[in-house]
Design a protein around this ligand. Sequence first.
Ligand SMILES: Cc1cc2nc3c(=O)[nH]c(=O)nc-3n(C[C@H](O)[C@H](O)[C@H](O)COP(=O)(O)OP(=O)(O)OC[C@H]3O[C@@H](n4cnc5c(N)ncnc54)[C@H](O)[C@@H]3O)c2cc1C
Ligand code: FES
Length: 791
Amino acid sequence: MSTQTTNPAPSPAPESRPKIKPNPKAPRQPLPLREPEERLRGPAEVALGFTLAQVQVEALRCLQCKNPTCVDACPLHINVKEFIGLMAQGNFAGAFDKISEESPFPGICGRVCQHELYCEHACLLGKKLEPVAIGSLERFAADYHRQTATAPPPHLALNGPRVALVGSGPASLIAAYDLVRHGYRVTIFEALHGLGGVLAYGIPNFRLPRDIIRDEVNRLRSMGVEFRTDFIVGKTTSVEELFAQGFQAIFLGTGAGLPHLMNIPGENLIGVYTANEYLTRLNLMEAFRFPESDTPIRIGKRVVVVGGGNSAMDAARWSRRRGADTTIMFRRGRAELRARLEEIEHAEEEGVHFDFLAAPVRLFGDEKGILREMECIRMQLGEVDETGRPSPVPMPGSEFRMPIDTVVMAIGQSPNPTVQRATPQLITKRGKVVVDAGGQTSMPNVFAGGDVVRGGSTVILAMRDGRAAAAAIHNALQYHAAGAPEPVGAPEPVGAPLAGAQEAVASAAVAGNRIVARRSLTPEIAWLQVEAPEVSRRWKPGQFVIVRPTPASERIPLTIVDGDEKAGTITLVVQALGKTSRTTVRLEAGDRLADLLGPLGEPASIEKVGNVLCLAGGVGVAELLPVARAFRAAGNHVVALCGARSSSLIILDEELRAAADEVQWATDDGTAGLHGTVVDLMRAWRGKDACEIGIAHVIGPIPMMRAAAAVTREWGVHTYASLNPIMVDGTGMCGGCRVTVGGKVRFACVDGPEFDAHQVDFDELTRRTRAYLEEERVAREGHDCAVGLGK
Ligand SMILES: Cc1cc2nc3c(=O)[nH]c(=O)nc-3n(C[C@H](O)[C@H](O)[C@H](O)COP(=O)(O)OP(=O)(O)OC[C@H]3O[C@@H](n4cnc5c(N)ncnc54)[C@H](O)[C@@H]3O)c2cc1C
Ligand code: FES
């Protein structure tokens, strides 16, 4: 094993190229790797790539078969024989160009594609000896290009119809590559702030460094592909609206981001993560750099990762890098593991333990709701099931317990449901979008591919789907540029205004997120009017946005307090609590939020019931405003009963009086209104005016919501509570926002945030919102010191 770094030399001039004489008997070259002890020190890439000497040996191992089976075996039909032939001649630039005829991502695929299942599996040399290391050669060609290319690919003259690609994972990225090469104008819409889909939020840096993703995505940008991040189709806009805006075809590459849970007792304890949340915090939000980055993660001393796929390996290997004693628990045997062989071997080298034929059945926590112990059961293998693997059968009486601080559930995921929910005419089967061989869905000119069609799959199969869909789109739209689209020199800046229907989309990328007005409601609460044209058009009372004030910040949810479609703005009210909200409160008019995604969540339930009781405490008063207004607009008599600690902390009284028919306040110190809590106020109000109440809506601190809901239960009044759990993505992808309502686990960001208050497990909600109290304190103190507020 070597710790050498890749250092490709320039390709020799054609005249000096040696004649190729294959040398298949040379041993297959091992990929140089970082030593395991060194790997555990951080997120540096494990595989170092071939040295030049190794490339020379490995490329000459290729038999240069007359009828190479590897080309057909590659789902993208990369001309493996020719690119390796060029590498054997030392023409690495030529090899890169040859790969690029079919794939824009040799750096990504050279690192994460399961070559052993495709091209290397078909390699004829492998029948007798070891197959050629095609993946490592592909990676070398890509790295050589990154280190030697002097200019990005030229921007193409794109005059074709507009095509919208939803999601920025490998399926959409390759579809974009193929479509711009035909002259189509392509925009990729991505819900998160980072591009790449699972490549960015799921696969760790130590397997796929972020600069590889960035550079390969930037090549598409240079060619003319447009990107809109913080844009969720089905929420920010709909499929139908995209057509109305002038897109002539739409591709759904929205992936399989909905995480599965085991539905066992204790799954909502602090310390239990889905693999999506765990990996997103570490990869996308860089929690491994906390407190330099703002997003925390809790990784205890003893971690168990449940599952046997790539996500399980990735989560376990991250845990080892955070110093945890880590076990992968899998209900089947080693032969049934689904991860890439290389990842399993690397996990073993890094000290990950494997516990096969076992599964958790129950998790136990302490009085603070923190995970402490796990009960498991042994399995034996039974009949082959629908997955083609022997089914795991529990062995009664084999239960055992183990102490534990962190569990990561890496047991699979289903398609992201946002577009499907918003587009009921799309035919789906168990959440997967149903398509024909070309990716055509049940809607005209709407195509889909990748994990949203397959469920969790692989990068290369997602790319194959994206390619098939691009061909089907080309076939459907029949745009033929006069010749191949010509390069037109320097790339246009992303988001530069374009003519016609695209203008709204493109200009919003330029205009959005600027704070146009700001005022302080209290020293700790700021009112912000923010440019967000699309959100202002579509938001409804009760919905929220996810915001990051700076590129290093956490993603935090903020309720939309108001929206002005004409001005293209929304209003947010922020209370300084943790570091991110403090940073947001300190922003001034003219500043921009780094990210703003929305509108998210389901709107509040507004109906005409006669009398409506609106209850709020603290900053919840701001969040209550649009709901009160909507109830009143629906023809109800709205009574707002609100609480504050003191008269100086009463906010938005005037606005509330304009929104509701009656407003009363209670203050903890008696400096205004009733001396007492919102609950005292409820009882006092009810005492003098026992009218029939149709619905109550409560929003504010959890103890206040719980107490108010207890009173309305007593009164027999149906009550909605707008919940405020910790969120990460806000799109249903991580499961971090899960709450228990009526005994069922729900994701507050997509199923809520409003729920039946009488069914909410407020104790659990309280505990889960305290999961990062200590980390928040550290981050807050660091922030206060940095802005001169420290002691
Ligand atoms: C942890 C992990 C490790 C993996 N490792 C490997 C590996 O080593 N090799 C391999 O071949 N495969 C691996 N896979 C599988 C592989 O990454 C996926 O099969 C592949 O990324 C699927 O690509 P996709 O384009 O279909 O979707 P994704 O990569 O899932 O991308 C979908 C994107 O769409 C966005 N989106 C969703 N809904 C919307 C919406 N409504 N509007 C806008 N955007 C939306 C999402 O935010 C996401 O960014 C791994 C998967 C995981 C989870
Ligand atoms: S699922 Fe991630 S925040 Fe809700």
